[in-house]
Design a protein around this ligand. Structure first.
Ligand SMILES: [Zn+2]
Length: 231
């Protein structure tokens, strides 16, 4: 804890002082460029990996970067999504999963979360992910299976996002784009789902033009392919 307290002092005396203009601007309000939904995992820092400043990302974090279907629970996700789209006018939503995700491990092996009733309940929102992995990816084991689960989970959460009225309206009006990202912790790379190729590719090479939201049929077609390229 001491490190954090010292860090707060250092932030105020150094970082804040050197970026006074930025923080003065932020004090007037926010105009973030994207809604960034990712895992609570401490190894992910959305601003760091996207090289963005405070004020540029509206961030929702939870265990397993899960978006419950609209109205399915009383968590803050519904409110955050609604506020991001209706008030802040955000036009891009990124769901970002990651390699080595503990939530995905618990999802694939429920014995790991036997004594964690809240986690077990929460991960029920990703039960479709588990079913897809169990039914379509029986040939994968170990890290490949875990990475694949995280990839599929991001796509499933995009499906859940579409059940939110503000998202449905934004998509129908053609002003909203959904993005599926995977962060590879070991290399610092981001892979984006390219719906035209039905696979995750390096972000720099991804064609993220619509259709950015893959249908279930497109994904199951992908399911018969090889393990994730970047596992
Ligand atoms: Zn995680």
């Amino acid at each position: 804890m001491q490190k954090l307290v010292e860090g707060v002092h250092r932030f105020h005396s150094e970082t804040f002082r050197h970026q006074r203009e930025l923080f003065a601007r932020l004090a007037m309000g926010q105009s973030p460029q994207a809604l960034f939904i990712t895992c609570s995992d401490s190894r992910i820092n959305p601003n760091l990996i996207t090289h963005t400043d405070p004020g540029e990302l509206f961030i929702v974090r939870n265990v397993g970067n899960i978006v419950p279907p609209y109205g399915a629970c009383d968590g803050g996700e519904d409110a955050a999504i609604e506020y991001a789209l209706e008030v802040l006018g955000i036009e891009d939503i990124i769901v970002c999963g990651h390699t080595g995700c503990g939530a995905m491990q618990g999802l694939l092996d429920p014995s790991r979360i036997d004594r964690l009733p809240s986690v077990r309940r929460w991960l029920q929102h990703a039960s479709s992910t588990r079913r897809i992995v169990e039914c379509l990816y029986t040939h994968l084991q170990g890290d490949d299976r875990l990475t694949l689960a995280a990839e599929e989970n991001v796509l499933m959460q995009l499906e859940n996002l579409r059940t939110h009225p503000a998202v449905a309206v934004g998509l129908a009006a053609g002003r909203l784009k959904l993005h599926a990202w995977m962060y590879k912790i070991a290399t610092g790379q981001i892979f984006a789902y390219d719906a035209h190729r039905s696979q995750y590719v390096d972000l720099a090479e991804a064609n993220t033009a619509p259709p950015s939201v893959p249908s279930l049929a497109e994904r199951t077609a992908h399911a018969v392919k090889a393990p994730p390229a970047h596992a």
